[in-house]
Design a binder for this molecule. Structure first.
Ligand code: SF4
Length: 334
């Protein structure tokens, strides 16, 4: 039987689990091996995840499971994404969807965000969590590599109202040599699809000499869909099989980003302390409408929010924001 959650479309025959090892086939159905088992249930500021244009200032419950359908050579979460999921189960949390959502509520979270690994490998559990969250009006978001099938993309579009897609490169050579898939065409297709109905931000994990020369092409691709899509360049510190690779030079990426900024309205560069590229600037008049602090690996946080009704306080231009600023202490909109 075929699993149609992602573009691997694995055959799940007797005793065979497919690339991610998270599903099996039984009586003609694709079933989850480890439903409702979570590697992560943490609290985070939404800016640290990162979402810069969704519910600024809000407190999120970050959840994750195990495994992934990509084989990124530089993965910084390999301990979760690349270890055999069966071996990880001992250390996992087990919470029903109702328990998870209640916990998020009790901790004062405004939303739930799936992070750490790839949501496509745990979709049935996430569908259940989203049904409970929807009942109490708690929005859900996710980070994804967007390698899901068209069918699964519709599910993702329904579960998550705000999505950050990791666009890792453009060339088939990059996807083959560094990610372990044939090409990134499905990812590009799904970015186009999700941008049409959901709040979308795009993040490029940049690795010097490996994909930095594709930054301009990636920005052009995103700009052709919508110049207003927030575009994050994440200074990736390679891990896993690329531990010995150089960290990206901030100056060198800065120079490339000056060109990118001409194509897209909201361009950010972070994952290093003191980045100047974490504030939102009104594309029309240049006013700093949202200021953030970049704490490097410690995450980012909201410092000052000056929009009035999601518009620039100086010229009145609409600033692309999904939802409104949230006061995380009270969960109130301010
Ligand atoms: S989700 Fe997992 S089992 Fe299903 S097609 Fe993708 S890699 Fe294969």
């Amino acid at each position: 039987m075929q699993c149609n959650y992602c573009e691997w479309r694995c055959e799940l025959n007797e005793g065979k689990f497919g690339v991610c090892k998270m599903y099996y086939g039984e009586n003609g159905l694709v079933k989850e091996r480890f439903p409702n088992r979570w590697s992560t249930c943490n609290i985070s500021k939404i800016e640290s995840i990162p979402f810069y244009h969704a519910y600024p200032g809000s407190r999120s419950m970050v959840i994750g499971t195990s495994s992934c359908n990509f084989a990124c050579r530089y993965c910084s979460n390999a301990y979760v994404a690349k270890e055999d999921p069966a071996k990880q189960q001992e250390g996992m949390f087990e919470f029903t969807p109702a328990e998870l959502v209640k916990m998020a509520q009790k901790q004062g979270c405004h939303n739930i965000v799936f992070n750490v690994n790839e949501p496509t490998v745990s979709l049935p559990s996430l569908i259940e969590v989203s049904q409970v969250a929807r009942d109490i009006g708690m929005p859900m978001g996710c980070l994804t590599n967007a390698y899901m099938t068209e069918e699964a993309t519709e599910i993702i579009a329904d579960i998550f109202s705000f999505i950050n897609i990791s666009l890792k490169g453009m060339s088939p050579e990059f996807y083959r040599d560094y990610i372990g898939i044939k090409n990134g065409e499905p990812v590009l297709r799904n970015i186009r699809r999700l941008a049409a109905t959901n709040h979308l931000e795009v993040t490029v994990p940049v690795i010097q000499t490996i994909n930095d020369h594709e930054l301009d092409e990636m920005a052009t691709f995103v700009a052709e869909i919508d110049r207003e899509i927030p575009f994050h360049v994440f200074r990736l510190l390679p891990e896993y099989k690329m531990k010995k690779f150089e960290y990206p030079s901030i100056d060198r990426i800065n120079d490339t980003l000056q060109l990118v900024r001409e194509k897209l309205q909201y361009v950010y560069f972070h994952n290093f302390v003191g980045s100047d590229w974490v504030n939102t600037i009104c594309p029309d008049c240049g006013t700093e409408v949202i200021e953030r602090l970049s704490l490097g690996c410690g995450g980012d946080r909201l410092a000052k929010f000056s929009c009035i009704e999601n518009k620039c306080p100086t010229c009145g231009r609409e600033i692309k924001l999904h939802g409104q600023k949230i006061n995380w202490r009270s969960r109130e909109v301010s």
